[in-house]
Design a protein around this ligand. Structure first.
Ligand SMILES: C[S@@+](CC[C@H](N)C(=O)[O-])C[C@H]1O[C@@H](n2cnc3c(N)ncnc32)[C@H](O)[C@@H]1O
Length: 329
C-alpha cells in the first residue's frame, strides 16, 4: 500500500483513538490512590508498553506502590492490503500482533525491550486472550479510545473490577453509566475538564484546541475530559459549601417541570428542598450524603433517566443534572 493510503487509513482510524496521555496527567491523578494499589494486579489494556505513560508510571512506581503484577497490552489492527493482480483489485488483511508486558517485579536489571512480547492476537481488549488478563487483574487503569469507552466500561463492570479510566464527560449521561453514578457505584476523579494529549504526526491540523510544540510534537486538548473510577477518593466525601439563598429571580422554574434552574454550581441554594437543574460539573463535586441525583434533563427522551427537556419562558437551556439537596431546611 502506498504511504499516502496508509496515512489516510491511519488518519481515519485515529480520529479520537490516538490521544496519548501525558505523564503529568497520570501522575497527578494516581497520586490520590497510592494505598489502593498495594498487592494489586494492574492492567493497562489500551497501552503500548513502549509509548504509554500509564505503563511508564507503573514501571517507575512498581515498588513504591507495592504492585503484585503489571500487565500492559497494546492493539495493532490488521492492515488492509490492496493488491492489483491481473487488473483485479483485491483487499486482504495483513495479520498483526499486539504487544504485552507482564511482570511481577522491577529491579535494577529490568529491561523493557527484552520484557515486551507479542500477543497471539491483535490485542483488542475485547479479544478472548485480553479478556483472560482482565479476569485476573484487580484494577484497570487506562485511557481507552473514546469511541470504545462504553464497551470497555461494560466489560470492566461485567467482571466486577476496579478501574480508573479517562473519558469524555458526555459518557456520564450514557444510560449504562448514569444509573451507576446516581447509585454511587462509580464517580469521577480529580481532574475534570481541561486535559491535553499528544497526538500522532499524521493528525490533521485543527482550528481550535490543536498546536504543535517546538519539537514538532502535535497536541490536542479537550475541555470536557474526566477520570471515571470506583476507587474511593476523598473528593467524593467533601461537602460542597453553599452560600446562595434561594431567590426566584436567580432560580427560575422550568416551564414544564417542577424544578428550579441553577446556572452554575456556586449558585446552588442552601435552602431549597425541591429538585434543581444544575450543570453536569456537579458530578465532580457530588457527595451522596449531601445531594441526591434524581435524573437528568436533556431531550426528555434519551433514556429513562432523561426526565424532561429543560425550557424557561420557551427558551431551551443546556443539559442539566437534576439533584435534591438533602441538607436543605
Ligand atoms: C486514546 S489512546 C490512549 C493510549 C494510551 N492509553 C495513553 O493514554 O497514552 C487509545 C489507544 O487504544 C488503542 N486501541 C484502539 N482500539 C483498541 C482496541 N479495540 N483494544 C485495545 N486498544 C485499542 C489505540 O491504538 C490507542 O493507542
Amino acid at each position: 500500500m502506498s504511504n499516502k493510503n496508509t496515512n489516510l487509513h491511519r488518519a481515519k482510524r485515529c480520529k479520537d483513538d490516538e490521544f496519548y496521555t501525558t505523564y503529568e496527567t497520570v501522575l497527578d491523578e494516581l497520586s490520590y490512590y497510592k494505598e489502593q494499589f498495594k498487592d494489586k494486579i494492574v492492567l493497562c489494556n489500551c497501552d503500548d508498553p513502549f509509548k504509554s505513560n500509564f505503563c511508564k508510571y507503573f514501571l517507575d512506581n512498581f515498588n513504591m506502590l507495592g504492585l503484585k503484577r503489571l500487565i500492559c497490552t497494546s492493539y495493532t489492527p490488521w492492515e488492509p492490503v490492496q493488491t492489483d493482480e491481473t487488473g483485479k483489485l483485491t483487499i486482504s488483511f495483513q495479520p498483526n500482533f499486539g504487544k504485552i508486558l507482564d511482570i511481577t517485579e522491577v529491579n535494577e536489571d529490568f529491561d523493557l525491550n527484552s520484557s515486551v512480547k507479542e500477543l497471539k492476537g491483535n490485542g483488542d481488549f475485547r479479544s478472548k486472550e485480553c479478556v483472560e488478563y482482565l479476569k485476573i487483574c484487580d484494577i484497570v487503569v487506562t485511557n481507552p479510545p473514546f469511541s470504545l469507552f462504553k464497551k470497555l466500561f461494560m466489560l470492566i463492570m461485567q467482571y466486577k473490577k476496579q478501574f480508573l479510566i479517562i473519558g469524555n464527560q458526555n459518557a456520564l449521561t450514557y444510560k449504562e453509566i448514569f444509573p451507576l453514578v446516581q447509585n454511587n457505584q462509580v464517580w469521577t476523579g480529580y481532574q475534570f475538564g481541561e486535559m491535553k494529549f499528544r497526538v500522532p504526526a499524521y493528525s490533521e491540523p485543527r482550528s481550535t484546541r490543536y498546536w504543535v510544540d517546538e519539537t514538532g510534537q502535535k497536541w490536542r486538548s479537550l475541555g470536557n475530559a474526566m477520570w471515571l473510577t470506583n476507587l474511593d477518593n476523598e473528593r467524593r466525601h467533601e461537602t460542597l459549601k453553599l452560600i446562595q439563598k434561594f431567590n426566584p429571580e436567580i432560580h427560575p422554574k422550568y416551564d414544564n417541570y417542577d424544578a428550579i434552574h441553577v446556572r452554575n454550581i456556586t449558585e446552588i441554594p442552601f435552602d431549597y428542598k425541591g429538585i434543581m437543574g444544575v450543570p453536569i460539573t456537579i458530578i465532580n463535586r457530588y457527595n451522596s450524603e449531601q445531594f441526591e441525583i434524581v435524573g437528568e434533563a436533556n431531550h426528555g427522551s434519551d433514556s429513562e433517566f432523561d426526565i424532561f427537556k429543560p425550557t424557561i419562558n420557551g427558551k431551551e437551556t443546556f443539559k442539566r443534572i437534576l439533584i435534591r439537596n438533602r441538607y436543605a431546611s
